[in-house]
Design a protein around this ligand. Sequence first.
Ligand code: NAD
Ligand code: TYD
Length: 341
Amino acid sequence: MKNILVTGGAGFIGSNFVKYVLKKYDYTIINYDKLTYAGNLENLTDIERHPNYKFVKGDICDKDMVEKTLKDYSIDTIVNFAAESHVDRSILGSREFIVTNILGTQTLLDVAKSIGIEKYLQVSTDEVYGSLPEDKKEILFTEKTPITTNSPYSASKASADLLCNSYYHTHKFPVLITRCSNNYGPYQFPEKLIPLMIAKALDGQKLPVYGDGKNVRDWLYVEDHCSAICEVLHKGKIGEVYNIGGNNEWYNIDIVKIILKLLGKTEEQITYVKDRPGHDRRYAIDSTKIQTELGWKPAYQFEGGIEATIKWYVENENWWRKVMSGEYQKYYEKNYSTKMV
Ligand code: NAD
Ligand code: TYD
């Protein structure tokens, strides 16, 4: 493995991954990104001149451009982060999710298969497993949990996983799939729970909690996701799925309260709003397989991770203020105007 194509490397997890790999390994990284609203080259300014790094603006649905890039840079490994990634946006409109997440994956698979590469890693999500009961804490998502998708986002991600699996079985194409729980950390777009709540708290605005605030998510610091992907790339068995998570379940409302407390704000800023339609109640990952078979474990505790994340948003106000202007305002209005109760 020498030349890695990282798709979606200008987004939240992708940009953290690019930096993590450049710091730890001697691989060459080609960051291939369409630069949608979620892609931001400012996430990468500290490494943009790194000798082992190159940015290519491109769409994963563009067969010719994908082919040219794979050939131009002698790519031997693909890590596919590129996706439409926000459930609320998939509820407002699912078309882009189907195009990028499914057709984009199919395009990457086809081109990579015809050229021939060593490994293709599909970055998937625990959301493909649906929702777990809140009162049965002993039940977690394993790699054998049946796919049950409830949002257009998760349906599109699951479709892509199934396609990857079919290319492995039918064409012996060297696929690996990872399914991680919710990530948090620097450079996360402030439409997702944690950065949105930090920005709203800092701004003295209302923090919109969906429904009763008792939905459960299993949070992992983004760098732990990056280290897990590297373990799977290096030691994972071709054709297998690996769950990634840190046994770190929280009610949404408790996350919001922690953020307010760490910022020295009061809970009066919390406002309960109308629930997200089809809102999955609980996600929780069993990561026994990656821990026992590949020896991976998370390095961050939640307490340290959330403090570091809040500090980053406090110190990088310009970053989030910029991405929360313009188009973002229209999205915010569209998503939240119907939710206010
Ligand atoms: P993100 O929305 O922050 O970034 C997505 C990136 O993909 C952006 O840079 C965007 O410009 C790029 N992109 C979108 N469409 C593209 C296209 N057609 N061609 C090329 N580039 C395109 O997403 P994220 O939160 O960093 O998530 C990255 C991946 O990890 C996604 O596949 C997501 O499903 C998965 N994932 C995310 C989480 C999470 O908590 N955020 C958890 C598990 C898995
Ligand atoms: P999100 O960050 O969108 O991730 P996902 O839906 O993919 O898990 O949301 C995390 C949880 O926070 C989810 O249960 C929905 C909830 N949530 C709110 O309560 N208010 C909000 O404004 C947002 C964006 C999310």
